[in-house]
Design a protein around this ligand. Structure first.
Ligand SMILES: Cc1cc2nc3c(=O)[nH]c(=O)nc-3n(C[C@H](O)[C@H](O)[C@H](O)COP(=O)(O)OP(=O)(O)OC[C@H]3O[C@@H](n4cnc5c(N)ncnc54)[C@H](O)[C@@H]3O)c2cc1C
Length: 463
């Protein structure tokens, strides 16, 4: 650090959403020197859009939220290279030989820093199945994984996906769009059943099957078998059934990508342990995004949350702290979204897979089984704690405000049109929701708003 200038050299390892947000917000608020390091790609890209590259809806360059000149224009230096280890005492980063990377931004041997942000993300998690290291077996996390999948799904007769979560269904859809038959093995009774209630899980499972996917519930993998060429040629389930295939996608979860920090003085459990300021046990070293594990998570929240929006908030939080405005991490109200083939999914707040005794929920599903809404509330005061929407788009700000302000389920249903984000001419389901709510709960409430942005504004402004 230049003496007396207050200008620091901040190194950020990881150019995903958390590292990039930290870099952008440090630049907005300071004159610090910033360098962002990644072994994956030269520039930040949207990991959530990987499936659309494979399906041909987008090219890689369309997934980059910023033009390539953005980084030099904003004086954010980039390095493409793999960090091998860090000397925390001397504040020096050591790189592996980066000759393998074709890049404009080659890594030096070492790099010193004043403050360090670890934004290392996740990696796919496997469970030591025999055959998991065979050729043609892979997860889907990185840009390199996408290249792997492109190569190993070319001209194949069948792909198998193992693991019933959000990335699993993306992999199934990816192959299905290329007309590759897919068997999808899910250990639980229902697809995504460990995260969402049974009705929603059944509806989505049916939708996946309707798309021609061979969805196998209650099915666990025992081993992956190899052909003469050493490449996978099938999967054997725990029931002894053999499913011939030439590609296996393992989507059984992710885990923080922190192996290179093992045996260093930084404290880790599953992830890198951080306090509410996202600081590690080492001075001037912070961890954010998927790789960070909160020592004391806020009530009802998990110590590690591997989602885009929390990574973004963590990036903004650490930037404020490093720019002199020390700030605690506040993830706000839980939010997640995904897409299951044609059905979009959003969750706001607390919607547990099994509704416990102290809570209740109102559930509506349309006749075609393509849309549903669940509102979870406390049994006593009927205050809303969580909202699930499938096949209908709900406005995040409105749902969050209702939950934050403890609106009752009656109030939410009466104002439901204000939360609907659908276009003017899309199907209107609000009357169906209201009618079934009144019937089931023996109420006689009516809709108080129309479907429009003005209604949303009136909720947000409290008028
Ligand atoms: C296919 C897919 C779909 C997803 N869809 C959604 C979604 O719809 N909604 C949602 O909320 N979330 C989604 N997620 C999760 C979300 O993408 C992640 O939570 C988020 O991208 C994590 O951001 P991050 O900045 O913490 O880490 P990452 O984006 O993983 O970035 C970390 C970077 O650090 C680099 N790195 C790690 N170690 C080193 C090292 N030693 N040297 C150099 N570089 C290193 C990595 O290569 C990587 O580039 C999805 C994830 C995947 C894989």
């Amino acid at each position: 650090m230049a003496k007396g200038s207050g200008r620091k050299k901040i190194a950020i390892i990881g150019n995903g959403i958390s590292g990039t947000t930290a870099a952008r917000f440090i630049r907005k608020q300071s004159n610090h020197d910033i360098v962002v390091i990644s072994k994956e790609t030269d520039h930040f890209f949207s990991r959530t859009a990987i499936m659309y590259i494979y399906m041909g809806h987008m090219k890689y360059e369309h997934t980059k939220p910023y033009e390539d000149f953005f980084w030099s224009k904003n004086r954010i230096d980039l390095i493409r290279g793999e960090v091998e280890n860090i000397d925390f005492e001397k504040k020096v980063i050591h790189f592996k030989d980066s000759a393998e990377f074709e890049t404009e931004y080659p890594a030096p041997g070492t790099l010193n820093y004043d403050a360090l942000i670890l934004a290392l993300g996740s990696k796919s998690q496997y469970y030591n199945w025999p055959g998991q290291d065979l050729e043609g077996v892979n997860g889907l996390y990185s840009f390199q994984d996408l290249g792997y999948m492109e190569k190993y799904t070319e001209n194949i007769d069948r792909g198998v996906v193992v693991g019933g979560g959000l990335i699993g269904v993306e992999m199934a859809e990816m192959m299905a769009t290329r007309k590759i038959p897919v068997s999808f093995l899910v250990r639980e009774d229902h697809f995504f059943g460990n995260a969402i209630p049974e009705e929603e899980a059944k509806m989505i499972g049916q939708h996946i099957s309707d798309h021609g996917i061979d969805l196998r519930l209650n099915t666990e993998i025992a081993e992956i078998t190899a052909g003469e060429n050493g490449r996978c040629n099938g999967v054997v389930t725990k029931d002894g059934e053999r499913i011939p295939c030439q590609f296996v996608g393992l989507t059984t979860g992710v885990t923080p990508n922190i192996s290179f920090l093992e045996n260093s003085e930084i404290e880790t459990q599953k992830g890198i342990l951080v306090d509410e300021y996202l600081q590690t046990n080492i001075e001037d070293v912070y961890a954010i995004g998927d790789c960070a594990q909160l020592r004391n998570p806020p009530p009802g929240r998990n110590p590690i949350e591997s989602v885009w929006y929390t990574g973004r908030i963590m990036g903004m939080t650490v930037a404020a702290t490093l720019c002199g405005n020390r700030k605690k991490y506040n993830p706000g109200i839980w939010f997640n979204s995904a897409k299951f083939f044609d059905i979009e999914y959003q969750v706001y707040g607390h919607v547990p897979p099994e509704i416990p005794d102290e809570l209740d929920s109102y559930y509506w599903q349309d006749d075609k089984k393509h849309s549903c809404l669940r509102v979870v509330f406390s049994k006593g005061n009927e205050k809303v704690l969580g909202i699930h929407g499938f096949g209908l788009r709900l406005r995040q700000e409105v749902c969050e405000k209702w939950i934050r302000e403890g609106k009752t389920v009656d109030e939410v249903i009466a104002d439901i049109c204000a939360a609907v984000f659908e276009g003017e001419f899309t199907r209107s389901f609000e009357r169906e929701i209201l009618a079934s709510y009144n019937r089931e709960r023996n109420k006689s409430i009516s809709l108080r708003k129309k479907r429009s942005w003005k209604s949303a504004l009136s909720i947000l402004s409290g008028k």
